[in-house]
Design a binder for this molecule. Structure first.
Ligand code: FEO
Length: 391
């Protein structure tokens, strides 16, 4: 077995996917990713925790080549990047039982055609003895599917969390303390995957708080050997705190909308408000998601295409609505040639965002003095609202 040891008879397995650049045909992976599995050998029984993406199945099977017996395979999460190689593992070990949460049972049957009689579902808080090691199963729903759970191994003070606290990061570093990029990768992961479930995650964090653990071992990215760092980061991300920051996703076809965005940013900076522009023609959508984690305000900038917003703006607005960031305020700016319904259509795309719309500034053709004055007024309104928030 090509093993990396975390603790006595607790091994880090899995595969590093250095070249993967897209997840779910949607999420950019600029730093690749990993699919971590873990082998826990107790004095009487052996368990494999999670598997790997089906594309990496041969790598996991090679690591298991000299593991003669498996009694349990634990599926923390039914999504295929962790569960996809479970059928092959169950075929290699015909006596192994698949362990999962009660909600995951049906999902593993639906997605992977696992025979029902190979599955044993665990209630929240239930335990499984491996002899001198014990697996405690704790349901942590909506990180980020409804069936997700984590496993606590008290004898070795390890919490195995699958997607929860994960980071899409390909690295040879076993531990996060050796990896300078992990915090941004983890924030990107939270932003893209976990953010819609912020309130539920607040409850999940409380649920694991009292457990004694020295390592958090997720199934993407390195193992956290200083768990307080990622726990504190998550507490901040899921909190109600917003920052003095305006996020401006926009696109420009002939330069008018860009002139307006640049004027607004300068006006915000003059009023001590931070701002970031994201040109949707070239931006990494993950960077936009990261900025949305704690921004107080979003300003959407669009030219008009056939009466409505530019399709790239339509798509980014739909995504921002789906991610449910904790934004407090919004505004729409942009341009049109002869007529527009772009602002009305964008406003209809954000029902999940519980925001005050502070204003709309749409200019006909190139922006003129009165358009710039309207942007100054908008900047003043945003600055005043941010002062009220103490953001
Ligand atoms: Fe890493 Fe939701 O799977």
């Amino acid at each position: 077995m090509n093993q990396r040891t975390l603790r006595d008879r607790v091994f880090f397995l899995g595969a590093t996917d250095w070249d993967r650049r897209l997840f779910d045909s949607l999420i950019p992976l600029p730093d690749g990713t990993s699919y971590n599995a873990y082998l826990v050998q107790g004095s009487e029984k052996t368990a494999l925790l999670d598997s790997v993406d089906p594309a990496m199945e041969p790598m996991l099977m090679e690591q298991l080549a000299d593991v003669p017996a498996l009694d349990y395979v634990v599926a923390h999460h039914a999504e295929q990047d962790h569960s996809g190689s479970i059928p092959a593992v169950l075929a290699k070990y015909p006596n192994a039982t698949l362990i999962c949460s009660t909600k995951a049972r049906g999902m593993l049957i639906d997605h992977l055609a696992v025979p029902e009689d190979r599955i044993r579902a665990m209630a929240d808080g239930e335990t499984l003895s491996l002899g001198d090691k014990t697996l405690h199963f704790i349901h942590t729903p909506w990180v980020h599917w409804p069936e997700t759970m984590v496993t606590w191994l008290p004898e070795d003070k390890i919490l195995f969390t699958c997607d929860f606290f994960g980071s899409h990061l390909a690295t040879s570093s076993l531990y996060a303390s050796d990896e300078p990029y992990v915090e941004e990768a983890a924030k990107r992961y939270y932003a893209e995957i976990m953010m819609p479930f912020r309130k539920t995650i607040q409850g999940n964090l409380k649920k694991i708080e009292g457990l004694g653990f020295e390592l958090i071992a997720p199934s993407h990215g390195p193992v956290y050997d200083r768990p307080a760092t990622i726990l504190d980061a998550y507490r901040d991300w899921v909190s109600d705190r917003v920052s003095n920051h305006v996020v401006i996703p926009y696109i420009s076809m002939h330069g008018s909308t860009e002139l307006m965005v640049d004027h607004l940013i300068a006006a915000l900076i003059q009023r001590d408000v931070n701002a970031s522009k994201f040109n949707l023609a070239v931006t990494d959508i993950g960077k936009l998601a990261i900025a949305l984690v704690d921004a107080a305000t979003i300003v959407i900038g669009t030219p008009t295409v056939h009466v409505g917003p530019h399709p790239s703006v339509f798509s980014a607005t739909h995504l921002a609505n789906a991610l449910r960031p904790k934004l407090r305020h919004a505004a729409i700016i942009g341009s049109y040639g002869w007529g527009t319904k772009a602002a009305e259509q964008i406003a209809g795309l954000i029902p999940n965002l519980k925001v005050d719309v502070l204003g709309t500034v749409m200019c006909k053709g190139a922006p003129r003095a009165d358009d710039y004055a309207a942007l100054d007024t908008l900047a003043e309104s945003i600055a005043a609202k941010h002062r009220e928030l103490n953001a």
